[in-house]
Design a protein around this ligand. Structure first.
Ligand SMILES: [Zn+2]
Length: 532
């Protein structure tokens, strides 16, 4: 019911809010969503561990700038650079510096160059030792786009990550800046509505919308000039199981529990201090499931909990001093996967499931009554989680997520090194189409390509217009209105585009490109590619 309320509030603005949200995040799941939905009338008063209740700011101006961070000393020689809590997708993840006798190890490097440089200056104030190692928790740009800046500042630095992190940075991050630019038309519509104080249907703008949109547009304006100056740079040392680095006398364990928030995450544990750095396996104010593998995520969270950490630094948000929040995340992820598996078994389509699923108890526990956190939960978790979990459940209908983990992860949970085994990504078997169907599909594919070219040209025009419109001269405002309308029409046609994309994806694939797919007993992911 609360979800319905959110939809009602959110929808009058941009004809079909969820469509825009999905259209924006579909090309690649880098962007977790946008603050388009807003307030709740719930009476929640019990937010998750580490989340202050009833203390949220009332105006956008009261929130810290996304270019800011605060330094927190979390153990002797361990400094966390904590960025503002995620609210708009235009933000850097947390970074952590571990200072040893003969060098420094940095965990994650952010995506805002001026901030990464200020963090390097902070490290130089703390120690004369050079940064010898950078560890990337996963490939997402908000944790890795600072790599190049560390390479420039410390030419001898070794950058460490999993194979999946290296692949993600090389294959997917290069389109990130273009994706960020493509938000400009939505930004301009938000600005216009904020300027008029009215929603699309003429009703006054609710306070919660003003707050979340005010934040989003402000963050975007601060973020864009920074992110266009970034260059992706991938790890040169791969860790797909675990590695202990001695920083002088200090032991630093780097562990990849396998898949979780991405196809290959890594976390860092300091066994002597019992400090755990999780990357985005754990994020505050809610999990970000856009590229997640739910069943493996549960087991990766178990691997974190098995360390019995005293201090936990999440990938985003405040430092945690107990494991209550990690357990809450585990509960939510397992709940989502169980519901998806249940729906797949009973033949319920994903759209119906998305409408039926009730996350309200979790919203209360994660967000309390903070409108920005509630919107974050809706946009960053509730919207993308179920389609993703459903897809996984369909590919591998299997045991409950509370079942025992696969053998290669059991050792991990006891704190042992995992064997050199990597689960392959889940793949659906290739399907063959009839000759008639193949011709139909080829035609659809050609249309799709032409359409994408047209849309790209249009998008560029809109972006140029928007850039000029930021000056808000009256004549330009008129034109921006016009372009905003065009853009909305464009997004409505996105549904058709999706259908054609699906058709194109059903193109028959030559046999030799697809190895047979079989299940192996004891594998949580169930489907593996073998042979070749
Ligand atoms: Zn992140």
């Amino acid at each position: 019911m609360q979800r319905e309320f959110v939809r009602r509030l959110g929808s009058p603005t941009l004809s079909q809010t969820p469509v825009i949200l999905h259209a924006f995040s579909r090309p690649a799941p880098i962007v977790r969503g946008v603050m388009l939905v807003t307030a709740f009338s719930c009476t929640a008063r019990t937010p998750a561990s580490g989340q202050p209740a009833n203390a949220h700011p009332r105006t956008a101006a009261e929130y810290p700038s996304i270019l800011s961070f605060r330094t927190e000393r979390i153990a002797d020689g361990v400094y966390a650079f904590i960025t503002p809590e995620e609210r708009s997708s235009f933000q850097a993840g947390n970074s952590i510096a571990i200072v040893g006798d003969d060098g420094v190890l940095v965990f994650d490097t952010g995506n805002i160059p001026s901030m990464t440089r200020r963090q390097i200056a902070e490290i130089r104030r703390i120690t004369n030792n050079p940064v010898r190692f950078v560890v990337n928790s996963h490939w997402h740009p908000d944790h890795t786009l600072g790599n190049a800046i560390y390479r420039a500042a410390f030419p001898g630095v070794t950058i460490i990550g999993t194979s999946a992190t290296r692949d993600g940075i090389r294959d997917r991050v290069p389109t990130y800046v273009d994706q960020m630019k493509s938000f400009a038309p939505i930004d301009s519509v938000m600005r216009l509505r904020l300027a008029t104080g009215r929603m699309r249907d003429g009703t006054p703008m609710p306070d919660a919308v003003r707050l979340t949109w005010g934040l989003t547009t402000r963050d975007y304006a601060e973020f864009m000039p920074e992110v266009v100056r970034t260059t992706p740079s991938a790890p040169d040392r791969i860790v797909d199981d675990s590695l202990t680095i001695m920083l002088g006398r200090r032991r630093v364990q780097i562990v990849s529990p396998g898949r979780g928030n991405t196809a290959g995450d890594a976390f860092v544990f300091l066994p002597d201090e019992r400090v755990l750095l999780t990357g985005d396996l754990v994020t505050v104010p809610c999990p970000f499931p856009g590229t997640a593998y739910f069943a493996d995520w549960v087991h990766s969270l178990d691997a974190l909990l098995a360390r019995r950490p005293a201090v936990i630094v999440p990938g985003h948000g405040d430092v945690q001093h107990d494991d209550a929040y990690v357990r809450l995340v585990r509960e939510l992820v397992a709940f989502t996967l169980d519901r998806a598996r249940d729906a797949v078994q009973r033949g319920i389509p994903v759209d119906s499931l998305q409408r039926q699923i009730d996350f309200a108890p979790f919203v209360q526990r994660f967000a309390g009554d903070d409108p920005v956190r509630i919107a974050a939960f809706e946009n960053f978790y509730a919207q993308p989680a179920m389609p993703r979990a459903y897809e996984e459940a369909k590919a591998a209908p299997a045991r409950s997520s509370s079942a025992s983990p696969p053998p290669w992860q059991r050792g991990l949970q006891r704190g042992l090194h995992p064997p050199h085994v990597r689960p392959a990504p889940v793949r659906a078997p290739a399907r063959r189409a009839s000759p008639h169907r193949a011709r139909q599909i080829a035609r659809a594919g050609r249309h799709l390509r032409d359409d994408l070219r047209r849309r790209h040209r249009h998008q560029r025009r809109v972006v140029e217009q928007t850039a000029r419109h930021q000056l808000l001269r009256p004549r330009q405002r008129e034109r921006a209105h016009h372009f905003a309308e065009l853009h909305e029409r464009d997004l409505r046609s996105d549904g058709e585009l999706a259908v054609r994309t699906q058709l194109a994806q059903q193109m028959p694939v030559p046999r030799e490109q697809h190895a047979p797919v079989v299940a192996r007993p004891g594998d949580e992911c169930d489907v593996r590619r073998v042979g070749r």
